[in-house]
Ligand binder design. Sequence first.
Ligand SMILES: *Cc1c(COP(=O)(O)O)cnc(C)c1O
Length: 353
Amino acid sequence: MYTFNPGPSAVYPAVRQYLTDAFDEGWLSAPHRGERFTGLMRQTVTDLRAKLNIPQDYTVFFLSSATECWEVLTQSLTPTKSFHLYSGAFGEKWLDYARALRPASTGQAFGLDELPNVHTLPFNDDTDLVCLTQNETSNATQLRDGFILNVFNRLGNALLAIDATSSLGGIQLKYIKADIWFASVQKAFGLPAGLALMVLSPRAVARFRHLNERAHYNSLTAQYEKMLNWQTNYTPNVLGIYLLSRVLQDRAPIKAVHQHLQDRATKLYDFFDSATQLSPLVQNPETRSTTVIGLQGPPALIDEVKRSALAQGMQLGNGYGTWKANSLRIANFPAIPDAAYEKLVQFFAKDFA
Ligand SMILES: *Cc1c(COP(=O)(O)O)cnc(C)c1O
């Protein structure tokens, strides 16, 4: 069975062996203040930098989900308000969580095929955080590097926070062009859920240390202080961190992974643009995601395609939010082998051309 679900997504087949190793090596009851665990933390952060090209001066934290990252960013880096630019369900949910804690927060929606004008975005010097979803998993859109750079260049006092949940680990991100990046590992990392990464610029670290918010167990200040000794302030997901370290050691550098996914995405979009009854959900090639491919069609046809694919050993991702009934999603993640996409294309060519 191949699963193309964009999250939780297919895990690397090697995870089976890593799980056995974790058990046999005693990681499941390793004390989280002991040297063995802190060594694992240090090594995992080193490998993250090496394999994903995370800058040396950026700080890495481990959290438990992207949703937790949203909330922590509001708690610890948003004394007044955040501004959210979003095109889909995840970006909008982030705004909802931010507003619940900081009611002055605002948002602006944009369309799937649209590139918003950076110069008219309504944020100002009272805005603490500008929030973008680099890869909107719900509607298969992506904000390109150039767009993020343009926002970065007009930030003023605000910090730029980027939800890269379904792209971090799959594509090369320009970390220096934003202050905060985060992702959970059950998408592009090919790992089970329950762990997230947050990557922070020196400017972001200086900001949360200055704000010194300590009202929450997962405050960034508290995480920072513990992380100086490669620890966390609560018992962390040791198994998740172990699995991440194993996956990182076995992975190619991000540049190669990126090129591979890019080539695969180009082939898939070309195929779905021309040859099938379903067409790409996103029409504008400039806003299409590399790592999540959306297809649209009448609900009855979407249903039939999903059912028929499942009967042939391929689980396609459901549509999400407003696109639930009339779209389906295909993850293009590193853990899914090329053979899966060959089988998928043959299936569409034969039954739904
Ligand atoms: C899946 C997803 C989330 C939520 O991730 P959790 O780990 O379930 O909290 C947030 N943002 C984006 C873009 C996502 O794809």
